[in-house]
Design a protein around this ligand. Structure first.
Ligand SMILES: NC(=O)c1ccc[n+]([C@@H]2O[C@H](COP(=O)([O-])OP(=O)(O)OC[C@H]3O[C@@H](n4cnc5c(N)ncnc54)[C@H](OP(=O)(O)O)[C@@H]3O)[C@@H](O)[C@H]2O)c1
Length: 312
């Protein structure tokens, strides 16, 4: 359930802890350190209060520093923002989970996290190498740990207090279901690729039924063109309602009951992507009727990040 009809301030309650997730989230898939800093500040200034990181992007330090400076400058309290980061594949062994969490907290300069996600369901060879490969270039997976083993260690983090809520990312309904069934602490959030070309309706319905927040990444289709940003239906709706195609896609995502992550790199884009409001019902339904189907990120198949932001 989304609280408030103003999309800019709307939040969704989490099924454990006391937290509420602002539906408009800023993602940090930005390879350049200086741009990470300026984009994070720009997002905070535009109004974003939800920030999504992973250890994998190696820029938690820049995000944390930008947030600290930005919060102090604007007089915003830590409690008024929502910060997520994610456990990488090479840290799935239960004994590696808490140290990885603490290392992320330290890089972000925070005393607690609002949300910690298992980045993908794939366990890689444990260690500090994030992309372990054999001499033929094949990923070295770890068969000595199950996703449920890792989930149990995530549950312990919640027990210890500096992790408010836990969830999963890049997961299918088939993989989510057994974790949901076995979990002592049910996943609060599931983060997956979703846009009109990949609506993930079955997963969304499951999440709604179980009170799990469905958090859409790549709501603009990773900005790839041609893609949802240039879809004729989206362009026509944008022209009709006087919004940009990006604003239409982001509004559609919220209107169907998902939270979202978007990555505006400039202050102007941050203001554009934050300034969204509900679409007329018939425009919303027109987008629902788009039949093109396309997954843009292959990460769900191998656990290897399938998309590197352009400019990387
Ligand atoms: N869990 C996972 O495995 C996973 C995978 C991928 C992403 N994510 C998360 O999801 C976040 C969002 O994903 P994403 O970066 O693909 O989101 P996105 O918002 O769908 O795509 C971002 C791209 O769209 C462009 N863009 C942004 N605002 C625009 C606008 N107003 N008009 C036109 N183009 C615009 C950007 O271009 P410019 O760069 O030119 O501004 C950028 O290339 C990431 O930052 C990351 O936190 C998670």
């Amino acid at each position: 359930m989304i609280e408030s009809s103003d999309f800019r301030t709307a939040r969704m309650p989490l099924n454990h802890g006391t937290g509420h997730m602002p539906v408009l989230g800023f993602g940090t898939l930005i390879p350049d350190a200086a741009v990470t800093t300026s984009a994070t500040r720009g997002a905070l200034e535009a109004g974003f209060r939800h920030f999504d990181c992973p250890e994998r992007y190696r820029n938690e330090r820049e995000v944390g520093e930008a947030l600290q400076v930005g919060l102090a400058a604007a007089g915003i309290a830590r409690e008024d923002i929502f910060v997520t980061t994610k456990l990488w594949n090479s840290n799935h062994r239960p004994e590696r989970v808490e140290p990885a969490f603490e290392a992320s907290l330290d890089r972000l300069g925070l005393s607690y996290l609002d949300l910690y996600l298992i980045h993908t369901p794939f366990a890689f060879q444990p260690g500090d190498e994030q992309d372990p490969r054999d001499q033929n270039g094949n990923v070295l997976y770890d068969n000595g740990v199950t996703l449920l083993d890792t989930w149990r260690a995530m549950e312990s983090l919640v027990d210890h207090g500096s992790c408010r809520a836990i969830g999963l990312s890049d997961i299918s309904l088939n993989e989510l279901f057994p974790i949901y069934e076995a979990a002592r602490i049910k996943p609060a959030v599931v983060q997956v690729e979703s846009h009109p070309y990949l609506p993930e309706t079955e997963l969304l319905e499951f999440c709604k039924e179980k009170g799990i927040v469905f958090l859409a990444f790549a709501p603009l289709g990773h900005g790839i063109k041609p893609g949802p940003l240039e879809d004729p239906v989206v362009l026509a709706v944008a022209a009709r309602v006087g919004k940009t195609p990006a604003q239409v896609l982001l509004a559609w995502a919220v209107q169907r009951g998902t939270a979202l992550l978007t990555t505006p790199r400039t202050a102007a884009r941050a203001r554009e992507n934050f300034d969204i409001s509900a679409l007329p019902e018939e425009a919303f339904n027109e987008i629902n009727r788009i039949e093109t189907r396309q997954r843009l990120n292959e990460v769900v198949k191998t656990g290897v990040p399938g998309f590197i932001a352009h400019g990387a």
